[in-house]
Write a protein that binds this ligand. Structure first.
Ligand SMILES: Cc1cc2nc3c(=O)[nH]c(=O)nc-3n(C[C@H](O)[C@H](O)[C@H](O)COP(=O)(O)O)c2cc1C
Length: 360
């Protein structure tokens, strides 16, 4: 099966085409350090057979703190703990990429010491009911350098690469989106200028972490909002990302305020699976770098079909691996469908405690 053929992203050799999509675990300490519980989970994931593991979103700058007990990387103090996480995965035959995030306008003020979140523009977020503050030019550069320093720390910790969280309405996504970026300066005003933020982050990372460290991105194909990013602009962005040197793109969609578009519920038949596949095939048409597809993939034959029919190069999953961290091994042994019922209990449980399937 193609699903179990090795695959290469730059210098990273994956043993198969299955990716654990970034999944926030809420398992770090309150100040963002790696815990034994995280090590245990990543050991299970590595033993479970995923070709690539992408960490839950890891914070690069304190002004973007969007998720309690998320892992942090905004200071050198975090490197030792992250090293242990990487070592665990490598010792169990896995590959691991760190997802870097700044929460932007989707940060609750209570996580920011009562301050308002920062964003490209002051565009009210109805989902968290907060008006963010427009970032100054200096603040934008500070965050760009924070991404670069985080990348350097990730390299030191031994990660195989990084993935920028450029999807779901967080800071990078909100700079790319015409709905949230209303600036009229170097950082916004037209498509070209909305791209500058991610471009400068990429350039700063390359200076800080070197040319060989693979940089990937997860991005929206569609924000599902009237003035949001749409597929045609997303494809032009993807081409520019490839030209810059990005190593791979994971195709996703939605922001907090587009409600339920990212992790859709009730994926109870094969025709509801892979709900972003009509987008990923468009990415495949315009890009030659690897395209990962995430969103509602539950069945082995669907995954295999997506690869064979050219919808994607890699199959990415989040909720199914919360339920069964060893799903890749089970698929290999012949299991056809994940036990995940896409109820989003794992997401709701985060309000109470760490990520876990509530149906087991
Ligand atoms: C509990 C939970 C946590 C998530 N955390 C992240 C995250 O940290 N970064 C990210 O890019 N996406 C995150 N997502 C979105 C998933 O990576 C994925 O895009 C989405 O769930 C759809 O894929 P699935 O149907 O395989 O779950 C999360 C989803 C869930 C359910």
């Amino acid at each position: 099966m193609k699903l179990f053929e090795p695959f290469r992203i730059r210098n990273i050799i994956l043993k198969n085409r299955i990716v654990r999509s970034a999944t926030y675990e809420k398992m770090a300490t309150v100040d963002g350090f790696v815990t034994d519980n995280l090590i245990k989970l990543y050991k299970e994931l590595a033993l479970g057979g995923s070709g690539l593991i992408i960490t839950g979103n890891v914070l690069v700058h304190i002004s973007g703190y969007s998720a309690p007990q998320q892992m942090c990387i905004h200071n050198d103090y975090y490197i030792d703990g992250l090293k242990k996480l990487v070592k665990t995965v490598h010792e169990h035959d896995g590959k691991i990429v760190i997802q870097l995030v700044h929460g932007g306008r989707q940060c609750f003020p209570f996580l920011l010491g009562g301050k308002e979140p920062i964003a490209p523009s002051a565009v009210y977020d109805p989902s968290i009911k907060v008006m963010p503050r427009e970032m100054t030019n200096d603040e934008i550069w500070e965050v760009i350098y924070a991404f670069a320093s985080a990348a350097r720390r990730a390299l030191e910790a031994g990660f195989d690469g990084i993935q920028l969280h450029g999807a779901h309405g967080y800071l990078i996504s909100s700079f790319l989106s015409p709905h949230t970026n209303k600036r009229q300066d170097y950082w916004g005003g037209d498509e070209e200028r909305r791209f500058h933020f991610v471009e400068e982050i990429y350039n700063a990372i390359k200076k800080e972490a070197g040319e060989d460290f693979p940089v990937m991105i997860k991005m929206n194909a569609d924000d599902f909002l009237p003035e949001g990013l749409r597929i045609d602009e997303a494809l032009r962005i993807a081409k520019k990302l490839e030209y810059l040197g990005f190593a791979a793109i994971e195709v996703s969609g939605g922001m907090y305020e587009s409600k339920g578009k990212t992790a859709r519920m009730k994926i109870d038949s094969v025709d509801k699976e892979a709900y972003f596949k009509e987008y990923s095939i468009r990415f495949k048409e315009v890009c030659s770098i690897p395209i990962m597809l995430v969103g509602g993939i539950r069945t082995r034959s669907v995954a295999e079909g997506l690869l064979n029919d050219g919808y994607a190069d890699l199959i990415s999953m989040s909720r199914p691996l919360v339920r069964e961290p060893d799903l890749p091994n089970k698929f290999k042994e012949g299991k056809e469908t994940s036990d995940c019922i896409s109820c989003n209990g794992c997401m709701r449980f985060l309000k109470i405690d760490y990520v876990r399937c509530t149906k087991i």
